[in-house]
Write a protein that binds this ligand. Structure first.
Ligand SMILES: C[N+](C)(C)CCCC[C@H](N)C(=O)O
Ligand SMILES: O=C(O)CCC(=O)C(=O)O
Length: 336
C-alpha cells in the first residue's frame, strides 16, 4: 500500500526515507543522544551522539562564525573543556541549547546529520588499457562546443577526468596563447619551476628527460613534491621528425592488476617509501613517499607515484623496493 506523504511525517535521515514517529533527546554526562524512533519499534532505532564540547565548538551563531569568511571567530581553547548544557529544546528540525558558559546555540538537525557523515567518496573508476582506451576518446569536447555551452562541456570534461583520468579538448589553434585560453576556461594555471604556460622540446632547457629526445617511459610527474600536480595539459604545437607520441597509461588499472596478480609486490610498493629528487638551475626538490597510496578514510586506491628518472640516488630506495618497482614496471609496460 502506498501511503500519501500527508499521512507520514517524513524525515530523510541517513539518506533513507523513514516514517518518523518521535524524536527524543537523552542527556548524558558529556553528550546528547538523539533517538529517531520510527514505526512501532522501541529498539534498534537510529540514533546520533552529540558530544557537548564538539557541539559547542560547532556553534553556527554570528558571534562564533564570521558570516563572510565562514571561519570561526574564536579559539577552541576559549571553550571550557567540560562545557555542559543547562537548557535544551529539540524540535522537528532544530536543537537549541543554552550552555553553562552563558552561550546559546541553535543547530539544524539536517546540518548535524550531514556534518557527521564521514567523507566516503566512493569513486567510480573505469579501468582501461591499450585495447579499450581508444573507446573513450569520444569523451572529448571541442572549442566550438565550449563556446555554445561551457557548463555542459565543463561537466563532460570533469566526468571524463574523474572516471578515466584523462580528457581531450579538440579544435584548439596550435599556439601557447590559444592553449592557455582553452585551459583557463575551466582551470587556473599553476606556476612551477617550469613556468606557468611552458613549452617542452628536446633542448635540455631543464635537467629532465622530457627535454631530451630520449624515450619517456610511463610516469607520473612531480614525485619530488609532497603534492604532485593532479592535472597536466599537453598540446602538440609543432612537429618535426619521428616518434614522440603521447603514451597514456591507466596507472590505477596497472596498480589493481599488480594487486590481483602479485599482491606481495603491491604490498611492498604500498608499505615502503622512496626518496625522489629533482635538481635543476636554482631548484632542488626532494620528497619521500609511497609509490602506491590509499585514501586514509575510504581506503580506496588514491595516488600512485611512478618516476624512475627522478630516483637520482637509488641507494635511497630500500633494496626490496627496487626489485618490486622493477617487476611492477616490467609488468605494467607489458600491459600498456
Ligand atoms: C610537464 N613539463 C613539461 C612542464 C615538465 C616536464 C618534466 C616533468 C618531469 N617528469 C617532472 O616530474 O618534473
Ligand atoms: O609529451 C608528452 O606526451 C608527455 C611529456 C611528459 O610526460 C612530460 O613532459 O612530463
Amino acid at each position: 500500500m502506498i501511503r500519501g506523504t500527508k499521512e507520514l511525517l517524513k524525515l530523510t535521515i541517513f539518506h533513507t526515507e523513514i516514517e518518523l514517529r518521535r524524536l527524543s533527546l537523552k542527556p548524558f554526562h558529556d553528550h546528547f543522544k538523539i533517538i529517531f524512533t520510527h514505526g512501532n519499534e522501541e529498539n534498534g532505532n537510529p540514533s546520533q551522539m552529540l558530544y557537548y564540547f564538539w557541539l559547542r565548538d560547532h556553534c553556527r551563531c554570528g558571534e562564533c562564525i564570521n558570516s563572510r569568511t565562514f571561519q570561526k571567530s574564536y579559539h577552541i581553547l576559549d571553550i571550557p573543556l567540560n562545557v555542559k548544557p543547562i537548557q535544551y529544546h529539540l524540535e522537528e528540525k532544530q536543537l537549541s541549547v543554552i550552555w553553562d558558559d552563558g552561550h546559546s546555540s541553535e543547530f539544524s538537525l539536517e546540518w548535524l546529520k550531514n556534518v557527521h557523515q564521514p567523507i566516503v567518496r566512493q569513486r567510480e573508476y573505469f579501468f582501461w588499457n591499450k585495447d579499450t582506451g581508444s573507446d573513450i576518446v569520444d569523451n572529448s569536447i571541442s572549442l566550438d562546443e565550449i563556446k555554445k555551452n561551457k557548463t555542459k562541456c565543463q561537466i563532460k570534461l570533469l566526468k571524463s577526468l574523474l572516471k578515466y583520468g584523462f580528457a581531450f579538448i579538440a579544435g584548439i589553434e596550435p599556439t601557447l596563447n590559444a592553449t592557455e585560453n582553452a585551459i583557463t576556461t575551466f582551470f587556473p594555471v599553476n606556476k612551477t619551476h617550469f613556468g606557468d604556460m611552458w613549452q617542452v622540446t628536446n633542448n635540455y632547457l631543464h635537467n629532465d628527460t622530457a627535454y631530451t629526445d630520449s624515450f619517456l617511459a610511463p610516469h607520473t610527474d612531480n614525485t619530488y613534491w609532497t603534492e604532485a600536480a593532479g592535472l597536466i595539459a599537453f598540446h602538440m604545437l609543432s612537429y618535426e621528425g619521428t616518434g614522440g607520441n603521447t603514451l597514456l597509461v591507466d596507472g590505477f588499472n596497472a596498480a589493481t592488476n599488480l594487486k590481483n596478480n602479485r599482491p606481495e609486490l603491491y604490498d611492498t610498493l604500498t608499505k615502503n617509501v622512496i626518496e625522489w629528487e629533482y635538481v635543476d638551475e636554482g631548484v632542488h626538490y626532494s620528497n619521500i613517499d609511497h609509490i602506491i597510496k590509499h585514501h586514509p578514510l575510504t581506503k580506496d586506491l588514491w595516488q600512485i607515484r611512478v618516476y624512475d628518472y627522478h630516483m637520482r640516488d637509488t641507494e635511497r630506495a630500500p633494496q626490496n623496493v627496487e626489485g618490486a618497482s622493477h617487476k611492477d614496471n616490467k609488468g605494467r609496460n607489458n600491459r600498456v
